[in-house]
Design a protein around this ligand. Structure first.
Ligand SMILES: Nc1nc(=O)c2c([nH]1)NC[C@@H]1CN(c3ccc(C(=O)N[C@@H](CCC(=O)O)C(=O)O)cc3)C=[N+]21
Length: 277
């Protein structure tokens, strides 16, 4: 089984990001990302640290906002960021406060600053093949497959998970690459059988070891998007020992989708900064 090295891919993407940041510096613009964290979720807090560390390396400025308490505070923070000319990109991390949907929150992020694709307009444009920022995670899934030269046109792709940040946009991006896409979720019958049909399995559920040997057709590529914080550290949704003898390739956790996601988020922020001029 081939391990797809997300850290190496992120480093390569990062070189292009640094070049762009230097070009913007000549016009006195520092690309700036606002990260809004409306929860104390461990995966969200770990992402904040990863973003700050990586942004520091490529020269993107980061502000972190922890809106207190209720949904009104979240809305107030977002409405300020929407009109703040010093802020080029806005990311609202899931999980959202109870009762809030990604759509309701996303409408408060202007599409030009929507570097993680949460505005319904961004997702709709993606569905129609119009230019828009996709979620960085969904973009990372396809970017990794492209860089690993996994054929996409005509390939059968099974996306497990239908959330607004990963499953849905990843399915749209794979469809745009002419894959035959099946989207599975908690109500899917015979999940393992459906996944076993696929050439590419994308796991975005949040359940350690969900994807076992029965899910993987021999030689298939498995993209593990899970970021589960456990006593054993960060683990994905894939039972690596079980699928290792069967799969053709796997993105490991850590070191797979995560680093590419972070770098694409920063690349989107730099693009947003460039377009703001
Ligand atoms: N709107 C939204 N978009 C997100 O993309 C989003 C979110 N909400 N909510 C929280 C989760 C979590 N998440 C991670 C991304 C990268 C790493 C990452 O790069 N992890 C490193 C390891 C870091 C370490 O070891 O501490 C790796 O996988 O190699 C982790 C977690 C994005 N999320």
């Amino acid at each position: 089984m081939r391990l797809l090295d997300g850290r190496a891919m992120a480093a390569e993407i990062g070189r292009g990001v640094v070049d762009e940041v230097e070009r913007l510096a000549e016009t006195d613009v520092t690309p700036t990302l606002a990260v809004v964290v409306p929860s104390a979720d461990p995966a969200a807090l770990s992402y904040v640290q990863v973003i700050e560390r990586t942004a520091g390396k490529v020269g993107v400025a980061v502000q972190v906002h922890h809106p207190a308490g209720g949904p009104d505070e979240l809305a107030a923070v977002l409405d300020k960021l929407a009109v703040d000319r010093a802020v080029h990109g806005v990311l609202v991390q899931t999980p959202l406060p109870a009762g809030r949907t990604a759509g309701e929150v996303g409408v408060r992020i202007p599409p030009v600053k929507d570097v993680d694709g949460m505005n319904p307009l961004s997702l709709g444009r993606l569905a129609l093949g119009l230019p828009a920022f996709p979620s960085a995670t969904a973009e990372a899934v396809v970017e990794i497959l492209r860089r690993a030269e996994v054929p996409l046109a005509g390939a059968r792709a099974c996306v497990i998970g239908r959330g607004p940040v990963v499953g849905k946009p990843a399915a749209l991006l794979l469809l745009a690459e002419d894959a035959t896409v099946t989207v599975c979720h908690s109500r899917t019958k015979d999940l393992a059988t459906v996944a076993h049909e696929a050439d590419i399995v994308v796991a975005a559920v949040g359940q350690p070891k969900l994807v076992g040997a029965g899910f993987v057709r021999p030689g298939a590529t498995v993209v593990d998007v899970g970021t589960n914080v456990t006593d054993a550290g960060l683990v994905g949704d894939v039972d690596v020992d079980a699928i290792a003898p069967v799969a053709g390739a796997l993105t490991p956790v850590p070191g797979g989708v995560g680093p590419v996601t972070t770098m694409l988020l920063l690349r989107n922020t730099v693009l947003a900064a460039r377009h703001s001029r």
